[in-house]
Write a protein that binds this ligand. Structure first.
Ligand SMILES: *Cc1c(COP(=O)(O)O)cnc(C)c1O
Length: 367
């Protein structure tokens, strides 16, 4: 049996007619860069996230960068985030001219540990970026409370958390802005690169809209020095089709995750994901922690089970951030997770048989 880590072709088979028709419509109307299909998706996605505005951009990285720029973050500022994330979270901070300041994560949720937040705040701190890692939202109440007290912005990195909830609130709707990626492998994936910023702040939405389109207030009149970070029309049209299926797919991911949990719950050397009671986890990634991870990864690959690691090297230990001079040992939970995480195949189309096969192989290896 071969079980791919992700199977985008299987998903396409279930929506082929709708997607093909949507692409044809865009080509027929020639609304390729921004335009009506992007606007339609922006309206639908804002409603989906229970936010007033959504601004379609070129990628999740663009979304984070432009949201920070839109909030006025720049040289000399500090932005607090976690080292247990994809590098784009930190890159967006650096590309504003600001400095990322890391704090460690909670050992159960793998998300920002708010008890470490206040000690990291200085007179230069302007914002906090909690990352909703793997599809579970960070513990937002204490983060928002501390941010209010210190007058800081909160920008949610919701790139892995489309449709996730915390105490009934949708990912992206709790902070001042929420940033999403529609990279093909994400829970809501385009057929190329795309992203969005969602917010209830009308001024921020207006500014982000300008920044993604060369800072234009109207064509060829430039209010800001912006960038070209528009969303493609074809991506907007495809995302509109796929958004209608997202809740079904998320529910299927949750069913699959709960089956893995059940099958792996008493396996020695394995820690299954923790789902907080107040959270609706959407399992973008189903990551277990496992002893002898490298060896297990190799053995599972030999059995046809294709796993992944998110992420093998924390950001503070990457060469790109050597200048921050953060040594090994500085963020012990993040570092331990990086050594133990193993992401198992996870998607809506995964079958019960496939999940049982994966679990059985893990059980055999861990005996
Ligand atoms: C995917 C991802 C991003 C970046 O999104 P792109 O669309 O690939 O630019 C940022 N943060 C996190 C946590 C991500 O998973």
């Amino acid at each position: 049996m071969q079980i791919p880590f992700l199977d985008l072709k299987a998903q396409y088979e279930t929506i082929k007619q709708e997607v093909d028709a949507a692409i044809q419509q865009v080509i027929a109307s020639a609304a390729f860069a921004g335009g009506s299909f992007v606007e339609k998706f922006e309206n639908e996605f804002a409603i989906y996230c229970k936010c007033d505005h959504a601004v379609g951009v070129g990628s999740g990285t663009d979304a984070l960068w432009l949201a920070l720029l839109g909030l006025g973050i720049g040289a000399g500022d500090e932005v607090i985030t976690v080292p247990n994330t994809f590098i784009a979270t930190a890159e967006a901070i650096s590309y504003c001219g600001a400095t990322p300041v890391f704090i460690d994560v909670n050992e159960n949720t793998y998300n920002l540990d708010s008890t470490k937040l206040e000690a990291a705040i200085t007179s230069r701190t302007k914002a906090i970026i909690p990352v909703h890692l793997f599809g579970q939202m960070a513990d937002m109440d204490p983060i928002m409370e501390i941010a209010r007290r210190h007058n800081l912005f909160v920008v949610e990195d919701a790139c892995q958390a489309h449709g996730a909830e915390y105490k009934g609130c949708r990912a992206g709707s709790v902070g001042h802005a929420g940033c999403f990626s529609f990279y093909p492998g994400k829970n809501l994936g385009a057929y190329g690169e795309a992203g969005a910023v969602v917010t209830n702040d009308t001024d921020l939405a207006t500014k982000t809209r300008m920044l993604r389109d060369h800072g234009q207030s109207r064509k060829y009149y430039h209010r800001y020095i912006g960038w070209n970070a528009r969303m493609d029309g074809i991506q907007g049209a495809i995302l509109s089709v796929k958004l209608k299926h997202l809740d079904t797919w998320s529910n299927d991911r949750r069913i699959n995750a709960h089956l893995y949990n059940e099958l792996l719950k008493n396996v020695k050397d394995v820690i299954t994901p923790y789902e907080a009671e107040c959270a609706r986890h959407v399992y973008h990634v189903y990551a277990i922690r496992i002893a002898h991870r490298q060896q297990r990864l190799q053995q599972l690959t030999e059995q046809g089970i294709h796993c992944s690691i998110h992420y093998p090297l924390p950001i503070h230990l990457q060469d790109a951030y050597l200048s921050l001079e953060l040594k090994h040992g500085k963020f012990p939970i993040t570092e331990k997770c990086a050594d133990e995480f193993l992401s198992l195949p996870m998607y809506a189309e995964l079958t019960k048989n496939q999940i049982e096969y994966v679990a059985q192989q893990i059980i055999n290896l861990c005996q």
